[in-house]
Design a protein around this ligand. Structure first.
Ligand SMILES: Cc1cc2nc3c(=O)[nH]c(=O)nc-3n(C[C@H](O)[C@H](O)[C@H](O)COP(=O)(O)OP(=O)(O)OC[C@H]3O[C@@H](n4cnc5c(N)ncnc54)[C@H](O)[C@@H]3O)c2cc1C
Length: 303
């Protein structure tokens, strides 16, 4: 079912059929701040009042035309300026495929450089989301290129389901890049990715342990309370201060756990997506949790 939903997230035809329904949109908005930057900023202020920071994500991915990539980059420039104006201690997350990486790596580098220039001194980080395994190497190479050009606040996500990730974590840590560690939200084959949940979790723990020992400001992106417990215990054992790493969760997911971590003195950053291209993001959230899918289907049937 997970693989089917992830495949469905990539279908433009299904997007047209499903995303157009008002009810689908209403459910998707549980995970998305809204269509506009104003809504993203409003949610960010609300989260800041509860002791959390944010990373803003302008939704969009797998663009196929230069104009779309340039429009996305422009949206990020506006977001960076607004974050500064609103005095929100924050950063941005973006997808390399949204900047044209798949059809023009040169365009992607140019646009990311422009965003990094504007973000300098204004944002506390830029994180490249990690997408399918076809762009993993290119995404890490892009972070290396950015660091070479002096943009040391650019990092990326890595996915513990990939066999290669333990070595990527070492490579990025040696570079001095801040890494966001997640489990992985795409469908990858068994020759390159762990398929069993306990293997993905064991890989997450190994990567987390390495990052706590050697990584600059690790970002642990998970809602899994067992892994969160592993991170807090390991950090304590290593005497890694609680202000030298952070937990990250997605907007709308496990809010009580977010609050509990804040009350225990941990840093929590919420990933806040906004924009009207929410369909693939929403489908991945359905794929992650059968209960979400059941809720969605029940609402569809009851109409
Ligand atoms: C801040 C952040 C950034 C991310 N960036 C990326 C990225 O760049 N690339 C990438 O491939 N993936 C990314 N992900 C997604 C990630 O890879 C997982 O797919 C997702 O976080 C679910 O895994 P989990 O660690 O929360 O553990 P799970 O074992 O899947 O979930 C643990 C518990 O969390 C809750 N939960 C998890 N997901 C949901 C959901 N969708 N709806 C409701 N409850 C849920 C449930 O209670 C579940 O039992 C990101 C996740 C986060 C939190």
């Amino acid at each position: 079912m997970r693989t089917i939903l992830i495949k469905a997230s990539e279908s433009r035809q299904l997007q047209r059929q499903i995303a157009g329904r008002r009810m689908t949109r209403a459910i998707a908005m549980r995970f998305v701040a809204g269509d506009t930057l104003d809504e993203g900023i409003e949610v960010s202020h609300r989260l800041a009042r509860t002791g959390k920071t944010v990373t803003l994500d302008y939704l969009g991915e797998s663009v196929t035309h230069e104009a779309e990539a340039r429009a996305a980059a422009k949206a990020y420039l506006e977001a960076v300026a607004r974050l500064e104006e609103e005095q929100l201690s924050s950063g941005v997350s973006l997808k390399p495929s949204q900047m044209g990486m798949v059809f023009s790596p040169a365009l992607c580098t140019e646009l990311l450089g422009g965003i990094a220039d504007t973000a300098s001194g204004r944002c506390d980080h830029i994180t490249l989301d990690m997408e399918g395994s076809d762009v993993t190497e290119a995404t890490i190479a892009l972070v290396e290129q950015m660091h070479g050009d002096g943009y040391t606040y650019v990092g990326c996500a890595v996915q513990s389901y990939l066999h290669r990730t333990e070595s990527d974590v070492k490579r990025l840590s040696a570079l001095g890049a801040s890494v966001r560690l997640c489990k992985g939200a795409y469908a990858e084959p068994a020759d390159i990715a762990y398929q069993a949940r306990d293997e993905v979790d064991a890989s997450y723990s190994r990567c987390a342990e390495y990052l706590l020992a050697h990584g600059p400001y690790p970002r642990f992106a998970t809602h899994d309370h067992r892994l969160i417990h592993f991170v807090t215990r390991t950090a304590a054992r290593m005497h890694r201060p609680a202000d030298d790493f952070e937990f990250q969760m997605l907007y709308g997911i496990r809010t009580t756990l977010q609050d509990e971590l804040v009350s225990r003195g941990y840093r929590v950053r919420v990933y806040v997506p906004y924009g009207d291209q929410w369909y693939p993001y929403f489908m991945r959230r359905l794929a992650e949790r059968p209960a979400n899918l059941m809720f969605f289907l029940r609402q569809l049937v009851s109409r």
